[in-house]
Design a protein around this ligand. Structure first.
Ligand SMILES: [Zn+2]
Length: 208
């Protein structure tokens, strides 16, 4: 025991303390290094995760954009289609549906004299309101009858003319899905060159 005390003098004690301090600080430094390395690894992983998330988000945005573009394209196509359909409906309207069967020369039921009557037939499926005018050379027009012609119906209209005329002009209004603006006189305009009037065999008084 005495030998131990002998060895363990002040200098050696100081050296031992210094050694313990060195060991302790080395252990501490190692630990700090390990913690720092671990922190770096965690930070790197977090960064990788964030990048993966960002990439995924970017991908989602791109998918959403593509879907939106596709939806726009579809909407455009649908709009074009419906516009074309509306245009076709318009062209298949009154101008195609209504025909002038003939012009008859008949004694007028009330006036007693021979008058001209136009017979118009609606071959379509829509109801049309119409307004007739008789056009003379030089473009002068005299308004004539107006009324409604239903699908399959034939209407007879007094043409209110006493002089040779050039053509019969009719404006029509009716249901149409198109965006063609209405003319002042109607949605469709159709004209027929004046046909030779027909005298009906029975010479019945005209329909009124
Ligand atoms: Zn139309």
């Amino acid at each position: 025991m005495a030998a131990v005390f002998e060895w363990f003098n002040v200098d050696r004690a100081a050296a031992l303390v210094a050694l313990v301090a060195v060991v302790a600080s080395t252990v501490y430094a190692h630990r700090q290094t390990r913690i720092a390395r671990e922190s770096t690894r965690i930070a790197r992983e977090a960064k990788d995760d964030a990048k993966r998330s960002a990439d995924a988000a970017e991908q989602q945005v791109k998918i959403a954009q593509d879907a939106r573009d596709e939806a726009h394209r579809s909407a455009d196509t649908a709009r074009d289609m419906s516009r074309m359909e509306a245009r076709r409906d318009h062209l298949n309207g009154a101008v195609k549906d209504v025909e002038l069967l003939r012009v008859e020369s008949r004694p007028h039921a009330r006036l007693g004299r021979w008058e001209l009557f136009g017979l118009f037939k609606n071959n379509g499926h829509r109801v049309y309101r119409y307004k007739i005018a008789v056009e003379y050379s030089g473009g002068v027009q005299t308004p004539s009858g107006r009324g409604i012609v239903r699908p399959g119906e034939v209407v007879s209209e007094h043409l209110l003319t006493e002089a040779p005329y050039d053509s019969i002009v009719v404006w029509f209004d009716g249901e149409c899905p198109c965006d063609v603006p209405d003319d002042l006189d109607g949605h469709w305009r159709k004209s027929w060159p004046a046909p030779e009037p027909v005298v009906p065999d029975d010479e019945h008084p005209a329909l009124q």
